[in-house]
Design a protein around this ligand. Structure first.
Ligand code: ASP
Length: 368
């Protein structure tokens, strides 16, 4: 009798213990793999391309330096704090000053980003880049990356050897943004100097100041201070999964030249661009995309011959409107709207892969 009661108590105890264990493990699964209410660290891949963030100088207080001296492993090791935000792995795509950025690196970068983001174990990508052309690379990727996962470009104005180098904190913040749950679906982002910019909005405004990047037309997407992220809005324009443009290793991007309008401009450079094989010309116009009468005559003649001609502006901010002082309809020209000349060139190169019709390309400028 005593034995059977003791046995029943033992069985009850064993059942209660196993129920408690099951409940605890279910709660731990709901909270995250470590059971502490924290998710496991996301895997963020760092693709290094060069730039001042990987630059070095002989002394910490000199202006002269060389871009692209430091490799991706050194970059990662220089900011061990970032390893607390994400599991980081690094790949060297190139090691160049971004003044040397080119189609080969762009295609390699775009294809690698697409490959990485298609993997379920990769949560996001950080790209280190030079500041000179970061806005063009970001906008290019914004149009050809096929994923909603975060892609964050970062850079620095001071080389890694400088007194008060800005690269390490920019890199830390970029990893924090790429690892942040709210970063998905915001297009390609650029994180520099505590600010989160959209690829279509940012532009470099100072040759040397640390606070060089601005998003003058539409403002910031968010801010990030020592890894703490604050989101303000989504991206402007179609991007990534909603973009009609794709590239692969064999893509040949057509030549598009930018010509700056000036006082007394004639049509010589416009004709020279077409003679050099440009399939498109972007005018960095004065004011609202304007140019002299003789430049406009030359441009309209090239447009009639099938060269796609876009009016943008050399002014840092503002829209270039259609049919304001120039009759775009009758001259078969395209107005760049909110895109500056360097970004208008990126969109036009991709658009020309799909069509040479000015009306369709104007629609792309409306939408992207
Ligand atoms: N020339 C450098 C580059 O774009 C400037 C920088 O990174 O700040 O690579």
């Amino acid at each position: 009798m005593w034995n059977s009661e003791a046995r029943t108590r033992q069985i009850r105890f064993a059942v209660i213990v196993s129920l408690l264990v099951v409940a605890a493990s279910a709660r731990a699964t709901a909270q995250g793999a470590d059971g502490n209410g924290k998710d496991p660290l996301p895997h963020v891949v760092v693709l290094a391309t060069g730039g001042t963030i990987a630059g070095a100088a002989a002394s910490d207080v000199q202006a002269g330096y060389s871009s692209g001296q430091v490799g991706v492993e050194q970059l990662l090791n220089a900011v061990p704090q970032a390893k607390k935000l994400a599991h980081l792995s690094g790949e060297q795509i190139s090691n160049i000053g971004s003044q040397d950025m080119n189609d080969e690196v762009w295609l390699k970068l775009a294809n690698r980003v697409n490959e990485l983001l298609a993997r379920p174990d990769v949560a996001g990508v950080v790209i280190t880049h030079g500041t000179d052309t970061i806005e063009e690379t970001a906008y290019f990727l914004n149009l050809v990356v096929k994923s909603t996962k975060p892609v964050v470009l970062t850079a620095s104005m001071r080389p890694s050897t400088a007194l008060s180098a800005d690269g390490p904190l920019n890199f830390y913040n970029a990893v924090a943004v790429a690892a942040n749950k709210g970063a998905a679906n915001r297009g390609i982002l650029v994180v520099v100097n505590d600010w989160i910019h959209g690829a279509s909005s940012l532009t470099k405004t100072s040759t040397t100041a640390v606070q060089t990047f601005m998003s003058p037309l539409s403002g910031l997407i968010g801010t990030v201070a020592y890894g703490e992220v604050e989101w303000y809005r989504g991206p402007v324009g179609k991007n990534t999964l909603n973009s009609a443009f794709t590239v692969n290793n064999g893509t040949v991007l057509p030549r598009v030249d930018i010509i700056m309008a000036t006082e007394n401009m004639d049509g010589a450079l416009i004709d020279a661009a077409a003679a050099a094989g440009a399939k498109g010309i972007v005018i960095a116009g004065v004011g609202n995309g304007n140019m002299t009468k003789s430049a406009l005559v030359a441009l309209a003649a090239q447009a009639r011959r099938g060269v796609l001609c876009v009016r943008s502006s050399r002014v840092t901010t503002g829209q270039v409107g259609r049919n304001v002082e120039v009759n775009d309809d009758s001259l078969h020209l395209v107005a760049s709207l909110g895109l500056n000349p360097q970004k208008a060139r990126v969109l036009l190169r991709l658009a020309l892969l799909t069509t040479a019709d000015p009306k369709t390309i104007q629609r792309y400028f409306d939408e992207y």
